[in-house]
Write a protein that binds this ligand. Sequence first.
Ligand code: GTR
Length: 338
Amino acid sequence: MGIHGHTLTRRRWIAGAAAAIGTPMLAACERTLGGLFTAADAHPADYPTVRAVEYVGRLLAERSGGRLGVKVYSGGQLGGEIDTLEITSFGGLDFTRVNLAPLNSIAPLTIPASLPFVFRSTEHMRRALDGEIGEEILASLAPHGLIGLCFYDSGARSFYNTTRPIRTPEDMRGLKLRVPASDLYVSMVNALGANAVPIPYGEVYQALAQGVIDGAENNWPSFESARHYEVAGYYSLSRHLLTPEVLVMSKHSWDRLSEGERTLIRTAARDSVSYMRKLWDERVAQSRAQIVASGVEVNELDTAGFAARMKSVWQAHVTTAAQARLVEQIVALEEPQP
Ligand code: GTR
C-alpha cells in the first residue's frame, strides 16, 4: 500500500508524506529563522483560502526584503485537517489553514462560533470574529501548540444529497450524511433525523459516487471545487452554519521567531482578511452559477424547524462557563447597519 494507505500508522504516514513531497516538514523542524515557511490547505490551488495564504507569503516577502515567504501545499496533499493540525502543533509544518470544525475537539472555545444558527448573517459573524470574541478564540489555541492568526470567511453551509430536496427536517430522515471530524456536527445531523458519517473531506467525492453516503453539507465553493455537485443533484439552502476558516501557525515555529518577525506575520495575516473576502465573494458567485448551470436542483427552505431542533445540540456542547459567556456575547451582538 502507498503512503496514503490506511494501514499505515499516522506517525509513519507523516514520515512517509514528508519523504514523498521533498521533506518540507522535516525541513521546517531543522530550519533556522527566516526562509520559506510551509503551509497546508485541503482546497485546490485556486481556492480563496489558498490564495489568501499565498498573499500572506507575498506580503511577508515584500516587508522582509525577500527574507520570509510561504509555500502552500494545497489540495490536501499533506493529509486531512486533523492530520495537518497535529503536524503543525508539533512543528512539522509552520502554518495550516483549517475550518473551526476540526478544532472543536481540541479547543473548547471554538464551539460557540461553530454552533448551528448562532450567526444571523455574514455581517454578524464578521463583527463577532473581527473583535474581542475572535481574539479570545484565537488566543485559546496556544495551549494546544497553535498560534491563531486570523479568520477567513467560509460562507454558509447547506445540505446536499443524491436523493431528494430537503425542505423540512422530516426529509432528512434516514439519509447518511458526511460530516467533518467534530462531535458537534455529528450531534447536529443526528438531531435532524439523519445519520452522521464523519469522514475526511478528501474522501467525500468517492463515498458519494459509490453510494457509501447519500450526501454532505458545505458552502457553494466547496460543493463546486470538490466536484460533489457532479454526483449530488440536490442542494437545499439550510445555511445552518456560518463557521469561519482559521489560519494557525505552529507555536514551535513561532517561539523561534524574533518579536519583529512575529509582528510581520500577525500583520500580514490580518491584512490578508479583506483580500480573502473579496476573492470569496467572487468565488461564491462563480460557484453558484456553475452549479445552477449544471442542473443541480437548488431549493430554499424554512429554517425554523431546523433551528428548533438545535436547542439540545447547543445544550450538549456548551458545557463550560467560558463557552456559555462567549455564546451570550455572540448572540447579544448587533449587526452593523449597512
Ligand atoms: C470546507 C472548509 C474546509 C473543510 C471542509 C470540510 O468548507 O473550507 O476547511 O473543513 O469544508 O467539510 O471538511
